[in-house]
Write a protein that binds this ligand. Structure first.
Ligand code: HEM
Length: 371
């Protein structure tokens, strides 16, 4: 089987000949960066007597009120239900992506028509796309739950704090698994379409490097988009899992580090908007991805303005000692930045200028290499 040719904009003249390697994307300036949003933060289950300032303390056997201590193993056990829901949603997304490819309604079919010519030859690729979307959805849910824990919580919410917290932990574990499945399936697709003369281990090595080693993917927009996705995956693992060793690193250190988990989310959205062929062009689907960032930015702002932890509230400048004023200024600037991001999101949604490529002409058959 021929390896997929380089992705070319459908209206580009002289599409390049099929190079060895995975589907490639043309260079393109990144669209406006998606909303920077907050970190899910606190958990009420913490080591009783944990020393302030991050001093390691022994792992407690029980949580508050004698409840069993939360461990990675117990959370993995509790993750099966939302993991199952994620798999069912992924299957539904796969069916949708498949149907849209077959009918050529999907913009993936426009960017890479060879896939629509032989959908059965690329099912792993479509499955990888489906896992990408469920990963993004689960990341979204995880961040929303985290912001509801660390910021103001609407009184009408039917979930109690501990229930929210447990859900936040299990969706977070499933998010990591879904991202890994997305990347592994992409690597599997590369192996499937590798040069037939390559030994299996050479093909597996190349696929591993292209999918998992920053800089290993050397073509088109993927040179930026793939490392952005890898950074999200590699940051998600420690920032998500450090919770389970917080008694060793100290709860304060854990809380500070966990805040940076928001970077994982921002990178994930950025990666999607840069590289997703289903959101390649301007249009309602791409704009919807932006729309989904609006509640996150709003919750983030609410969390900064009214944090659940009193100690995180921004005091009046007049009540701040001189030495602490630079930090106060930085924290105030953070709040203003998030408000500005919210305004940018509204502008994107109202104007429809979402950083997508221009829609191609209806008939692109003469400008494509259909190998
Ligand atoms: C090792 C890390 C990663 C690799 C190698 C990778 C690879 C890819 C590739 C090659 C595509 C293009 C597929 C297409 O034609 O649309 C893609 C798209 C996508 N990725 Fe990733 N990705 C990684 C991380 C992530 C992360 C962290 C997320 C989100 C949590 C994510 C979510 C998505 C989504 C939603 C799409 C759009 C799929 C579509 O357009 O249908 N990816 N990724």
């Amino acid at each position: 089987m021929q390896p997929p040719p380089e992705r070319t904009a459908p209206d580009a003249e002289n599409a390049p000949a099929t190079p060895p390697g995975p589907p490639r994307a043309p260079d393109r300036a990144p669209g406006p960066e998606p909303a920077a949003v907050s970190t899910p933060e606190g958990t009420t289950e913490g080591p009783p007597g944990g020393a302030p300032g991050g001093t390691p303390v022994p792992a407690p056997r029980t949580g508050p009120a004698g409840t069993p201590r939360v461990t990675l193993r117990s959370d993995l056990r509790d993750s099966w239900f939302d993991g199952l829901v994620a798999l069912v949603i992924t299957a539904a997304l796969f069916a949708l992506i498949w149907a849209r490819i077959k009918s050529r309604a999907s913009s993936t079919a426009t960017v890479m028509p060879f896939m629509a010519d032989d959908p059965g030859g690329y099912w792993l690729y479509f499955l990888s796309q489906a896992f990408g979307w469920s990963a993004l959805l689960w990341a979204w849910i995880t961040v929303v739950l985290g912001l509801l824990l660390s910021g103001p919580r609407p009184s009408w919410l039917p979930l109690t704090g501990p229930r929210l917290e447990r859900l936040h932990r299990t969706t977070s574990l499933n998010t990591i698994a879904l991202i890994a499945a997305h990347a592994l399936l992409f690597a599997a697709e590369l192996i499937r379409h590798s040069d037939e003369s390559d030994a299996w281990y050479a093909a597996a090595w190349t696929a591993f490097v292209e999918s998992f080693v920053p800089g290993g993917y050397t073509s088109g927009t993927g040179r930026i988009a793939i490392p952005v996705g890898q950074a999200a995956l590699y940051l998600a693992i420690p920032l998500g899992l450090l919770f389970y060793v917080r008694h060793r690193i100290g709860p304060k250190t854990w809380r500070v580090l966990h805040r940076f988990v928001i970077v994982v989310y921002v990178l994930s959205v950025w990666h999607t908007l840069l590289y997703g062929t289903n959101v390649w062009y301007d249009g309602w689907f791409r704009t919807s991805v932006w729309l989904l960032q609006l509640p996150i930015a709003a919750l983030f702002l609410a969390r900064l303005l009214s944090p659940a932890r009193r100690s995180e509230r921004l005091p009046a400048l007049s009540a701040t000692p001189g030495g602490a004023r630079p930090l106060w200024t930085a924290r105030a600037a953070g709040r203003i930045t998030v408000a500005a991001v919210l305004a940018v999101l509204v502008a994107v949604l109202v104007s429809g200028r979402d950083g997508g490529r221009d829609q191609p002409p209806a008939d692109t058959s003469s400008t494509h290499n259909h190998d």
